[in-house]
Design a protein around this ligand. Structure first.
Ligand code: URA
Length: 275
């Protein structure tokens, strides 16, 4: 495409895809540049002439003013602290406007499984299928996670599953450090309220965020950490993300070792609590 020539529809679609715009939010195209909330100067600067609206097949992410990251992190901490139950925490998240990901996601993906579970799995962020269904790990990697859980005799009625980020980042892009920090108090409170005996972090982002380590998953996987809730220490194990295992099946052998280690620790915790 030369600077002077108008882009073709294909080029425009490729541009939107690269920018993470990969699904329709509405049936009709919306010209967000005519939004009165967007300043006239910005509109003037941004408008190519003649004005082109975005085709109906893809709608631009809504541009909404989110609070400054520091303010959003503080308000997330304050809000999460006050949630007395998981239902209250979910309701708080439904109301929370401090994370811009909420405005591009279809819905909140809070959790799946049993809130009384003794084991909790935490991934990074929902993908496309999760965003549609409103449940974590229901896509391809979720199917593998189900098989991993089944390998130690459990299923979604006996485990609890959530993500560090409860809204799908557009185009499955990596969440920014600010987005992660804004969502962190909520997942920390979720872990505290579920209060499992064993916490399993799936993949590098979840491990680094929750277990406060900068080491990569190749070093951390299979290692037990102490996760402090503030009121209790929970045994936490890092393992590979199922999406990674789908791409690199040779690591399934190590994941299997991690699962056996998890099963053993669960057994020990059971014996200790019943003796
Ligand atoms: N990957 C994640 O980390 N979480 C999901 O819920 C789905 C895919």
């Amino acid at each position: 495409m030369t600077p002077d020539s108008a882009p073709t529809v294909q080029q425009l679609l490729a541009f939107y895809l690269e920018a993470g715009v990969d699904c329709a939010l509405t049936e009709e195209p919306v010209n967000r540049l005519s939004d009165p909330d967007i300043g006239a100067a910005a509109r003037e600067a941004a408008l190519p002439k003649p004005v082109r609206t975005i085709p109906a097949v893809i709608a631009a992410p809504r541009v909404e003013a989110a609070p400054a990251p520091e303010a959003a992190i503080l308000s997330a901490r304050e809000a999460a602290r006050t949630a007395p139950t998981l239902e209250a925490l979910r309701a708080l998240l439904e109301q929370f406007d401090g994370c811009a990901l909420k405005s591009t996601a279809t819905r909140l993906v809070f959790a799946d499984g049993n809130p009384q579970a003794r084991i909790m799995f935490v991934g990074e962020a929902p993908g496309r299928e999760e965003d549609i269904e409103g449940l974590p790990f229901v896509g391809r990697s979720g199917k593998l996670l189900d098989r991993m859980i089944a390998a130690i005799g459990l299923d979604r009625t006996s485990v609890y599953i959530a993500n560090v980020i409860p809204w799908r980042p557009p185009g499955n892009r990596t969440p920014t450090p600010q987005e992660t920090q804004i969502c962190l108090p909520f997942i920390q409170r979720q872990i505290e309220l579920v209060n499992p005996d064993v916490l399993v972090t799936l993949g590098n982002p979840s491990t680094q965020t929750l277990l406060s380590t900068r080491e990569g998953i190749m070093k951390t996987r299979g290692r037990w950490f102490d996760y402090e809730t503030g009121t209790r220490v929970i045994r936490a194990l890092a393992t590979f993300h199922p999406a990674y295992l789908l791409r690199s099946p040779s690591y399934k052998r190590m994941a299997w070792q991690d699962l056996r280690s998890i099963a053993k620790t669960l057994e020990q915790a059971q014996t200790t609590s019943s003796s």
